[in-house]
Design a binder for this molecule. Structure first.
Ligand SMILES: Cc1cc2nc3c(=O)[nH]c(=O)nc-3n(C[C@H](O)[C@H](O)[C@H](O)COP(=O)(O)O)c2cc1C
Length: 317
């Protein structure tokens, strides 16, 4: 009996609340780094994660950027995938059934080139999820740096607010706004998307970057520029989460950027995140989201914490 009590007291409560959603674990996948469906199922139990966040979907099929689309750099990688995807209707028909097995929680990421395209993607999604569904939230990707001819929505507060307003009108799901670290106005923009109806902000997308091919002197990525991710951007994510949490004590935050082990996950939570996502680490180790989830539990246990909530926002004293 006494042994059971002790065991219970050393196993931390990993469940978290992000706005209107309760997730069974603080660790999720990050959009664009674990496919459109159950690609990671061979490496762990998807239902054990907080959620699987699928690659951003637009209302229309989209071919993405020319190869090479990814390039390794010190402590991270550059990518310019360019949001390749089958389109929302085809994803709902072909991919979601493969993912929506068992008890997997799904977060659907959407993108568009205009406010109207975001609205259309949300409309198709909203119509499909009226009944009980594994989809627990929609993450609005306002921050892709890899679309030729289109700026980053999340650098324009009015445009970001308009997109969130359009999406909120079409779905009953919680709406998370995924923002860009490539601006000094992140805090103000987070406030605007919150006021427009976002339940949470996801911080951060990739950092604008480029690498050159030493043989040709030309850009290594087919698109030219790309987005930097992985350990190299972890301090950028910590700062973004910290600053937004300092400004808005009650705004739910999902932290993402360079999470690769228990401490880097804990660091984002201490900076103020309610939950975290694992992206680039998955390219080196497809089991990374499951490993980070276990590692965060072990880290909490080793430091005597009974829940994820016990360390949330600790940086703010
Ligand atoms: C290859 C690749 C593709 C990505 N595609 C998307 C995407 O479709 N939508 C999105 O919101 N973020 C996308 N991201 C950004 C990640 O979700 C994440 O915000 C970023 O990479 C930082 O986290 P990380 O350092 O753990 O990768 C992508 C990142 C990578 C590396």
């Amino acid at each position: 009996m006494g042994v059971e009590v002790r065991r219970g007291s050393t196993s931390p409560d990993m469940s978290v609340v992000v706005g209107r959603v309760r997730l069974r674990h603080a660790v999720m996948t990050a959009s664009g780094t674990s496919g459109h469906a159950d690609e990671l199922a061979a490496y762990g139990d998807l239902a054990s994660l907080g959620a699987v966040v699928v690659k951003s979907l637009s209302v229309m099929p989209w071919a993405g950027n020319p190869a090479p689309r990814v390039h390794p750099v010190a402590q991270g990688m550059l990518n310019a995938v360019g949001l390749q995807g089958p389109g929302m209707a085809a994803w709902l028909r072909d991919d979601l059934p493969r993912l929506a097995t068992g008890d997997v929680a799904v977060v659907v990421s959407i993108w568009g080139r205009t406010v109207e395209e975001y609205r259309e993607a949300a409309t198709v999604l909203g119509a499909a999820v009226r009944d009980s569904h594994p989809i627990v939230a929609v993450e609005v990707n306002l921050s892709c740096p890899n679309m030729s001819g289109h700026g980053i929505f999340a650098h324009d507060a009015d445009l970001s607010a308009a997109v969130i307003g359009a999406v909120v009108g079409q779905v009953s799901l919680p709406v998370w706004a995924k923002l860009s670290p490539n601006t000094d106005r992140l805090v103000a923009i987070a406030g605007r998307v919150r006021d427009a109806g976002a339940d949470a902000v996801t911080l951060v997308n990739t950092v604008l970057g480029m690498a050159l091919d030493p043989d040709t002197g030309r850009p290594a990525l087919g698109h030219g520029g790309g987005g930097l991710s992985g350990r190299a951007i972890h301090p950028v994510a910590v700062r973004a989460v910290h600053d937004v949490r300092a400004a808005y004590a009650d705004l739910p935050i999902v932290g993402v950027g360079g999470v690769a082990d228990g401490w880097s996950a804990a660091e984002l939570i201490m900076a103020g995140a309610d939950a975290v996502q694992v992206g680039t680490a998955t390219f080196a180790d497809p089991a990374a989201p499951f490993r980070v989830a276990a590692d965060l539990e072990a880290w909490l246990t080793a430091h005597g914490h009974r829940s994820v909530g016990a360390i949330r926002g600790r940086a703010h004293g």
